[in-house]
Design a binder for this molecule. Structure first.
Ligand code: ZN
Length: 308
């Protein structure tokens, strides 16, 4: 069994409108789903990604208005990285500047140029040029899904072993204490970077990553992964129906919350591709409470379709 790579990354935001504006207007992602946190239906769950929310492109947020800010530290995904085509750094520097986002060009990583900046809640993001993306073309400089996000951990070899032995990742290379692993997928979202961090544990709250999800093709494969996690003595949840995919969750040995999610059924299960994100979608169990839920959720406005 080999996971194709990252399915989605979920982080915590503060103000929902600022979060929505940043990821659609500034980063140019599609607002793929407007729903609620299934474990707390009085708060939103936003999904952003490519046009149909393909696995490997989806960043999701729980907006918690007024909640405290988190801190970066070990046992966390400390930076969320997205792939951009080669020769896109100048375009993105200008676009971020025009949107009042301070970005710095960081030193080349595995030979590729990268920009680093913060989202409105302090979540660290990177845009990384990727040699596997065809130059520009029809999609211009747009973001094309994840590219090797950074996982900072105390005991690197424990997380590495789990990714290799259970999720089927392979070791690709090491540079500046950064070890890159790769799943079986051919897109940029197949990769993660592990960095050994001799620092305190991070606090998961506003502006930090809540969990990272890895892909499995179907329910059978998910059950096989689950069995192997249990055999290792890891405390893993039963399969949970997340409407758009099925999930299991566990803490990897360094404390990062990992999820393993199925590719299907996907985001077109309850609305058509041209209407994604336009209205509040609820799973059947909450449909009867819709008016109550709509009353407590803060009003939000989707400005216009994501620009490139
Ligand atoms: Zn998730």
């Amino acid at each position: 069994m080999r996971s194709a790579g990252i399915h989605h990354i979920t982080a915590i935001a503060g103000d929902p409108q600022a979060n929505l504006d940043f990821y659609t207007e500034t980063l140019g992602l599609r607002f793929v789903k407007r729903t609620v946190n299934f474990d707390d239906p009085g708060s939103y769950h936003f999904y952003f990604g490519d046009n149909i929310g393909s696995p490997g492109t989806i960043i999701t947020f729980f907006p918690w208005p007024g909640a405290r800010r988190g801190t970066r530290g070990s046992g966390q995904v400390t930076s969320v990285s997205f792939a951009i085509p080669r020769n896109s750094i100048a375009f993105w520097k200008e676009r971020l500047r025009a949107n009042h986002v301070v970005a710095e060009e960081i030193s080349d990583r595995f030979g590729n140029k990268a920009l680093r900046f913060l989202d409105p809640d302090g979540l660290m993001l990177e845009l990384m040029e990727s040699p596997v993306i065809p130059n520009e073309g029809r999609m211009g400089h747009t973001v094309r899904g994840f590219a090797a996000p950074t996982l900072e951990v105390r005991h690197l070899e424990r997380t590495e072993r789990l990714l290799i032995e259970i999720l089927g990742f392979e070791f690709l290379g090491e540079e500046n204490n950064r070890r890159r692993l790769r799943g079986s997928g051919s897109n940029t979202a197949a990769e993660v970077d592990l960095v050994s961090a001799d620092i305190g544990f991070g606090l998961v709250a506003v502006g930090s990553v809540h969990h990272i999800a890895f892909r499995v093709v179907n329910d059978e494969e998910q059950l096989r992964v689950r069995e192997r996690l249990v055999e290792r003595g890891l405390n893993v949840t039963p399969v949970i129906d997340r409407q758009y995919f099925h999930s299991i969750y566990f803490r990897e040995p360094n404390g990062i919350l990992f999820e393993v999610a199925t590719d299907g059924p996907g985001f077109l299960i309850d609305e058509s591709a041209d209407q994604l994100g336009e209205s509040l979608k609820l799973p059947p169990i909450y449909e009867s409470a819709r008016s109550e839920i709509e009353r407590v959720l803060p009003a939000i406005q989707l400005q216009h379709a994501a620009a490139s």
